[in-house]
Design a protein around this ligand. Structure first.
Ligand code: ASP
Length: 272
């Protein structure tokens, strides 16, 4: 993910991505990468052609340039307009948006139609794959949390948080509020759970419960918006989301083409 993603609070699209090879335990990531449309390809090159795991910001861009990636402005017209609308809504006390004498006339509904969840917009893709030899690899790529602070790094490029792969066990990936995923090492946790014998579906659910159990002590009503996916070495699948009124879905490519896998909700929302 890159092009089309929402920018940070300054209107700059900063991308995060990671790649991991479960056979060799090699990994590569980039964070806060600007102007490069395909951060996952840069992450793969970090994995294959350096002895490092994570390159950030200017260094990641320099690395991408060295590999000949073209630089381009990633802020689409649509994303720019959403960012400007967000700035207008940011605070009633700032000088963005309509003149003060017109502010009561604002059509909030129109705004919310464009952008129903202004608080936290996400844009991450997890890809987990097993080849014919049984080798497992994974990739997580994102424009990250919309309107994040300049320089903020999410879970996607953090190995063990947004992605983890182990050929002996399986692979797991995360989307959603990255801060919680980083603090819980969620993808590593899911792989460990599968190693203990849990199915991928159970491992995804275990990780969501683990996060909430921790927060229970400090903020019992808090359910961060996470979604986890997992696959084990036998090709069994898992997918679960934190709190929702409908089951999450993921797309699975099989020998027969694409199928839709429906996962579970850890904390179903009760109908009103
Ligand atoms: N996990 C991403 C982040 O926090 C957001 C997403 O899932 O889209 O940067």
């Amino acid at each position: 993910m890159g092009y089309g993603g929402l920018p940070n609070e300054r209107g700059v699209v900063q991308l995060d991505a990671s790649f991991m090879d479960g056979r060799t335990y090699s990994a590569g990531s980039v964070a806060c990468l600007e102007n490069i449309k395909t951060p996952s390809s840069v992450a793969r090159l970090v994995m294959q052609h350096t002895d490092h795991v994570l390159l950030v910001g200017a260094g990641a861009l320099e690395f991408a340039r060295a590999w000949g990636f073209p630089e381009e402005n990633l802020l689409t017209e649509k994303a720019r307009k959403i960012w400007l609308r967000w700035k207008e809504e940011l605070s009633p006390a700032d000088d963005w948006g309509l003149p003060e004498h017109l502010q009561n006339l604002r059509q909030k509904e129109a705004f919310l139609q464009d952008f129903p969840d202004i608080e936290h917009h996400y844009g991450t893709t997890n890809v987990l794959a097993i080849d014919n030899n049984g080798d497992i690899a994974g990739c997580t790529t994102t424009s990250g949390l919309s309107f994040k602070l300049n320089g903020r790094v999410g879970d996607s490029p953090i190995i063990g948080a947004g992605l983890y792969v182990d050929n002996e066990v399986g692979a797991a990936g995360a989307t959603g509020r990255g801060e919680d995923v980083i603090k819980s090492c969620a993808s590593y946790y899911m792989v460990l759970k599968m190693k203990e014998g849990r199915t991928p579906q159970q491992a995804c659910e275990d990780a969501l419960h683990m996060i909430i159990d921790r927060y229970k002590k400090v903020n019992p009503g808090f359910y961060p918006g996470e979604k986890f996916v997992a696959i084990n070495r036998y090709g069994e699948l898992g997918c679960a989301t934190m709190r929702s009124n409908r089951n999450p879905e993921m797309s699975v490519r099989t020998e027969k083409g694409y199928i839709r896998y429906e996962g579970s909700v850890a904390y179903p929302l009760k109908p009103k």
